[in-house]
Design a protein around this ligand. Sequence first.
Ligand SMILES: [Zn+2]
Ligand SMILES: [Zn+2]
Length: 421
Amino acid sequence: MKAVLDHVGIAVQDLDKALAFYRDALGLEVEEAEEVASQRVRAHFIPVGQPALELLEATAPDSPIARYLEKRGPGIHHITLRVEDIAGALEHLKARGVRLVDQEPRPGAEGALVAFIHPAAAHGALVELKQTAAVGANLTAQRLTLGDLALTSLNAGPFRLDGGAMFGVVPRPLWEKKAPPDDRHRVRLAMRPLVVEADWGRLIIDCGAGDKLSAKQADIFGLDRTRDIGDALAGAGLSTESIDVVLATHLHFDHIGGATTRNDAGALAPRFSRATHVIRRGEWEDATHPHERNRASYVPDDFVPLASAGVVSFHDGDQEIRPGIRVVRTGGHTAHHQIVFIESGGKTAVFPADLISTTAHVDDAWILGFDLFPMETFTFKKQFIREAIDREYLIFFEHDPFVPAGYIREQDGKRYVEKVI
Ligand SMILES: [Zn+2]
Ligand SMILES: [Zn+2]
């Protein structure tokens, strides 16, 4: 079972005194309190890196926290381990005769599923298992065919970015209906690389953020460190070794981070051990010479080790990468951002990456605040979406949390996406 520390719960007798220490003396930021009615407690989360501290305040005399305080006084109450499949984890524990408090998962805070293991089984510690809502849904790889090609949309994990930055000049009252922000103003996203299987081999377009980000970065971007591209491929019956070509739309960390990993000796190495990595030279130049405006998006450890290992194949213009796989520069998001046309049997699918990150971005002017050249995005996007509607291109939405792919349709001048997978 793979698990990461999610948080440590601390039972608190006097909240004001506890805040005087954790918030005022330590200077930590305390999130807005959340009432957990079933437990008759109020939870005050304190992010500290990826795991958090949770101050637990009883809201009724018969609350389990009140009883705990009565018996033992304030102190560490439980530790929470996040797992990918809580039902499977409970089955696993039951099969081994582990004593549980909860036989079945039950709803916890923030839409998560939780279950407690009995302290007698965990050597005196109360251990909570948790499966977050974001992880519970929509993880399965989705397969479809396009002419002679097999396409598999993977989910390399959840991801969150600032809502304002995701929608640029679009006012919040408009975008928040489509993408409700969390209490840290972030909107829910996903990272969905696409695998293309053909008679010439197996190619993957982008590969998610990978497993190298620190706990702090994982917290900032809402990543799930129990899951990355290796797990996503395994879920589709594939492996990183089975990939022949890694094709990058651009080198932002959420698109190419998965291309390298640390080996047992701690050295950075290509994650796809047999693959050629196809990268546009202009994007490489920009990524290796960042400036203040784009520095946060480029992590040299994601791509520099690929060149050192001699596994990069640079290309310059728009061209066919493999039969049926064609790249076209859009500019806009980055000067050399490119999208991928996949063509077979008279049908066309397109992987527009950050040109149309989610289904909420199908309006021409809904452009990422991250874009370096937004007017370039606008011009390309306007012409591209018209073409996509008229020619019925199947569009893959790399960052959409719910819809991996669909057709962009237009009715009475209003655009929408007809979900395919
Ligand atoms: Zn990007
Ligand atoms: Zn992106």
